[in-house]
Design a protein around this ligand. Structure first.
Ligand code: DP6
Length: 337
């Protein structure tokens, strides 16, 4: 039935891009609602998009998910579609076809672009017309960081306050004001394999066992305020210094979990050294690392080619992508955000 186009109902296609957090999200206060302990701030990239088409299949008894041409279990996607169906008051199952250029599971925010695109395509397919804030809150339920990929450029996810409905209503992302800044983000992919500990489990373990967790949460609140200030002033050196400090603090809080969570690899450390050497040479370049070994370097656009060459020399990287700030999620035929 899935291959019979006459059986297909309404559908919609959406495109979203990954985001890289400059002030990271690492820990939930409510797992079911995906409410974070702290706010976070990211930049949405203009490379490695995810394109997702959702087609309703009237009469089908289950959702079917095809990722990069391969059928996969419906898993988290099916659970997310249940949320959309509940909002829309409809019951049809769907075919979800997603093409994802981000190496899945390697700590390059594949779930952020994935769930932002899915939220936009699924709501359009089920006939919902959500505003940006509502779409962001919904995308958050798929994967926390996805709420930020709903918007383009620099984006803050507010932790919100309280639990339950009040927490759900107050925890969303929105664009933040930025002064004159022409940043590049140089993404060095050293490893495309799936990570040893899924970030969701690692996050839970860190909150539950790391003796440094409270200090991390306090640091994020301070870094957020300082980051907003540095962005408004277009101060790339301050933006970079806060970014690198925050990322290393996140890895420190993970390393202190019991058992430890370690995503930094030899490649990550070699690249961190190369970035420090660039700074010693007068190039404002700063590194950040998510829940995986791959390093992203923030620098001025004019320095991006030099930074990419230095990273290539530091480690036999698999690929390098030079990104800039990119757009929010778009639905085919609809307006961007
Ligand atoms: C290290 O958003 O993937 O990239 O909410 O459990 O799906 P879940 O986690 P996810 O975690 C992202 C963690 C991070 C930091 C960040 O993007 O802020």
């Amino acid at each position: 039935m899935m291959n019979d186009p006459s059986a297909a109902g309404p559908g919609a296609t959406a495109v979203a891009h990954p985001n890289i957090a400059l002030v990271k999200y690492w820990g939930k206060r409510d797992e079911t609602l995906a409410l974070p302990v702290t706010g976070s701030l990211s930049v949405t990239l203009d490379v490695l998009p995810t394109t997702t088409r959702v087609t309703l299949i009237p009469g089908a008894t289950r959702d079917v998910v095809v990722l990069n041409g391969e059928p996969v279990g419906a898993g988290r996607v099916g659970g997310f579609l249940d949320l959309v169906r509940a909002l829309a008051g409809r019951g049809e199952r769907a075919l979800v076809e997603s093409d994802n250029q981000v190496p899945t599971g390697a700590g390059l925010a594949s779930s952020a672009a994935g769930f932002a695109a899915l939220a936009a395509a699924a709501t359009a397919a089920y006939g919902l017309d959500l505003g940006g804030r509502e779409l962001s809150r919904l995308a958050r339920r798929g994967s926390g960081s996805a709420c930020r990929s709903v918007f383009g450029g620099f984006v803050q996810w507010h932790a919100g306050s309280g639990g339950g409905h009040a927490g759900d209503l107050s925890s969303y992302a929105e664009s933040v004001p930025v002064g004159a800044l022409d940043p590049a983000l140089v993404v060095a992919v050293t490893d495309t394999g799936a990570k040893a500990v899924p970030s969701r489990d690692a996050m839970r373990r860190t909150v539950a066992t790391s003796p440094l967790y409270e200090a991390w949460a306090r640091t994020c609140e301070k870094d957020l305020a300082r980051m907003r200030d540095a962005l408004v002033h277009g101060d790339i050196t301050a933006v970079g210094a806060i970014t690198e400090g925050n990322a290393l603090c996140m890895h420190a809080v993970m390393l202190a979990a019991r058992p430890a969570v370690r995503y930094l690899s030899g490649a990550s450390l070699a690249i961190l050294d190369a970035v420090a050497a660039l700074r010693a040479d007068g190039v404002p370049a700063y590194a950040t690392v998510d829940a995986g070994p791959n390093v992203v370097v923030l620098c001025s656009r004019g320095d991006a080619a030099r930074v990419a060459a230095v990273l290539r020399a530091a480690w036999p990287v698999r690929s390098i992508h030079v990104a800039g700030p990119g757009p929010g999620v778009t639905v085919e035929g609809g307006a961007g955000r």
